[in-house]
Unconditional design. Structure first.
Lengths: 258, 396
């Protein structure tokens, strides 16, 4: 199995403003969001980061996507390092999270073509891909409607499609079903399975057990910025459900610390 | 890289020219608003400071000398003779608003003409005095006051004429200034300041939303996860925002120029923008373009620091004050000519160049230095903006 993503000793601390200190109920001036994280993801698998709120999942994925830089450690994605060669990493991945928005003024068609141009996709390939994906998600009917007037679900679908203009091999997806109704969530998870079958490598983060059980091959459980367990889903769910397993691990970790 | 810059510029243009509201509010509105406002202001000023031609001033006079009757009648005034006792009580009527209102009270010494004729300076006695009571807060009263003073001056000159100054003559004009000089002087005083302010407010209406707004709405982050170089994003933004700002600035400027006649009460005699040569206009254009680039890059960097459009608006204010201050300095500066040192100071050099060009008194080398400085500042700030796009603390 080929290691496509290699995360080693990843660490990220944030300086807390006094306001944030109050919210976090802490006196320390820094928050260690990710604390020496290690994991690998192999080509063609779906890797899930599972963890409670504030565990550091989003922070980890943002470092993978080169939006923020690690304090320590490194991530190598298909041979490119996020610290040394971020431009290269960006051309290899799709990164999708709720915080990345498309401009309300433009139509899905325009945005798709704009990002295709930025990824230097030739016009023919672009048109073929756009037609296929727009149809797949039912965006074709709204292709000329301004994004600002689309529904939340449709907007997320457009964001998903636009993030894939360059047909990358690696897809990093933070909370893929967040804010979607069951119907749309199913469309998205089915699509992720399709991508996996095409041989894409997918990393998702979530706190939803069912999502992990449905799509992931391997799972890393993140608590307090540390990787507690990282194993095949089948191994983790051998003797009990994923949910029970998670709470058992959580109690061991937190119980020890408190 | 060039291709990405082009892609980004193209997108920004589509946004700007495709959004009718944005285009209207940042290009059409400023010029239109200034034009309408200044025109109304001009008309209003004219009205409150002028007296209609058929108005008949009411004047009370004590000891009216008959010899001056003709002069006063020529003014079309309504003269009432009063006695010494009535003078004091009549003063209140100067402040009256009703139908009893009068515009002036003149008190001549008794036998005015005789007294004047017999008066000799060499006697050392006090000269005869004419008192004129009036109300300077009232336009009509002020006007008749100055007319009365000029009649009396004329009369005084006619009885002891030793010399005249600029006596009116049909075939001679005393003011030797040409259209070119009048225009040059006035334009070099006010234009640099107006241009500077309009260009800057033009940029202010565009840049904060395009940078801080995109940050606030989370749309710039989407751009930052693509492999596009940060420098291409910065350059694409600055180029397109400069074009929009220039349009907005030109709109305000046109609004001002077109409303000038109304604002100056139609008194634009001697002003003519065609006294400038094509070369002057080209230089002017170079300066304006380079200044807009600099302003946009300043505002882009400031807006990139801000977390929201609102915050950007606040952060930008000190720069606005600075620009106004430098603009004013050129107005007060009295057109001292430019030095090499002036030309290397950003913004100040620009103002100096502008007033130099308008006054037909410039050194082409200095203009090129100033333009070069503006471009250099733009490049430096584009580099800073690139660094900021790379800085997670600023962007997220
Ligand atoms: N920019 C920041 N400044 C300060 N603290 C931050 C910042 N970003 C994240 N944190 C903190 O780091 C910790 C990890 O945050 P992160 O968003 O990675 O968690 P998460 O696992 O994605 O949680 P959730 O399930 O709620 O999305 C949190 O305590 C958060 O408050
Ligand atoms: Mg998160």
């Amino acid at each position: 199995m080929e290691e496509l993503i290699k995360v080693t000793g990843l660490k990220k601390t944030f300086k807390l403003s006094s306001k944030q200190q109050k919210i976090e109920k802490t006196k320390s001036k820094v928050k260690i969001a990710v604390n020496g994280l290690n994991f690998n993801a192999y080509r063609g698998e779906v890797f899930g980061l599972l963890g409670p709120n504030g565990a550091g999942k989003t922070t980890t994925l943002r470092m993978l996507a080169t939006l923020i830089k690690p304090d320590e450690g490194d991530v190598v994605i298909d041979g490119a390092s996020v610290t040394k060669n971020p431009d290269m990493v960006r051309s290899k991945i799709a990164f999708l999270t709720g915080e990345l928005k498309l401009e309300d003024f433009f139509t899905p068609n325009y945005m798709y073509d704009f990002f295709s141009d930025l990824h230097h996709v030739d016009a023919e390939t672009r048109n073929a891909r756009r037609e296929k994906l727009f149809k797949r998600f039912g965006i074709d009917k709204f292709a000329e409607v301004k994004i600002g007037s689309l529904s939340t679900g449709m907007r997320q679908k457009v964001s998903l499609v636009v993030s894939l203009v360059h047909d990358p091999d690696i897809i990093i997806f933070d909370e893929p079903t967040n804010g979607l109704d069951v119907m749309t969530a199913k469309v998205v998870t089915d699509f992720l399975m399709e991508l996996k079958n095409e041989g894409k490598t997918i990393i998702v983060s979530t706190h939803i057990f069912s999502l992990i059980e449905k799509i992931c091959d391997r799972v890393g459980i993140v608590i307090n910025g540390q990787m507690c367990v990282c194993d095949l889903l089948s191994n983790l769910t051998e003797d009990m459900s994923l949910e029970d397993k998670f709470f058992k691990i959580y109690e061991e970790i937190i119980g020890e610390e408190v | 890289m060039n291709k990405d810059v082009f892609t980004i510029v193209k997108k920004e243009f589509t946004r700007f020219f495709g959004d009718k509201r944005l285009f209207f509010s940042s290009v059409i509105m400023p010029g239109l608003l200034i034009f309408v406002m200044y025109s109304i202001m001009g008309k209003g000023l004219m009205k409150s400071f002028s007296v209609s031609d058929d108005y008949v001033s009411k004047i009370y006079v004590e000891n009216m000398p008959e010899e001056l009757n003709d002069n006063f009648n020529a003014l079309g005034t309504d003269i009432t003779e009063i006695t010494d006792e009535q003078v004091d009580e009549s003063k209140a009527l100067l402040l009256d608003d009703g139908s009893d209102k009068i515009d002036a009270i003149i008190v001549f010494p008794q036998d005015f003409i005789k007294v004047v004729n017999s008066y000799e300076i060499s006697d050392g006695n006090e000269a005869p005095n004419v008192k004129i009571f009036y109300n300077s807060a009232n336009t009509k009263s002020s006007r008749i006051y100055s007319l009365i003073v000029s009649i009396l001056d004329e009369y005084e000159a006619s009885i002891s004429n030793k010399f005249d100054i600029n006596k009116l003559a049909e075939d001679e004009s005393y003011d030797q200034a040409t259209e070119k000089e009048t225009t040059g002087m006035l334009f070099s005083m006010i234009m640099p300041m107006l241009l500077l302010i309009f260009l800057f407010t033009g940029c202010m209406s565009i840049a904060p939303d395009a940078i801080a707004g995109e940050k606030e709405r989370g749309t710039i982050a989407t751009l930052l996860v693509t492999p596009v170089k940060r420098s291409s994003i910065a350059l694409g933004k600055i180029i397109s925002l400069s074009v929009f700002s220039l349009l907005s600035g030109i709109s305000s400027f046109l609004g001002t120029m077109l409303s000038m006649p109304a604002l100056m009460g139609g008194n634009t005699e001697g002003l003519n923008a065609s006294v400038y040569s094509a070369k002057d206009y080209i230089l002017l254009f170079l300066i304006i373009i380079s200044t807009v680039l600099m302003f946009v890059s300043i505002l882009a960097v400031v807006s990139a620091f801000a977390k929201s459009v609102k915050e950007a608006g606040t952060l930008v204010l000190p720069f606005m004050l600075l620009i106004i201050g430098i603009g004013l300095s050129s107005m007060m500066g009295g057109g001292s000519s430019m030095t090499a040192l002036d030309s290397v100071i950003p913004i100040y050099g620009t103002v100096k160049c502008l007033s130099g060009i308008f006054a037909f008194n410039y050194n082409i080398a200095y203009i090129f230095i100033a333009v070069g400085m503006n471009i250099a500042v733009t490049c430096a700030l584009t580099y800073v903006l690139t660094k900021m796009f790379n800085n997670e603390k600023i962007m997220f």
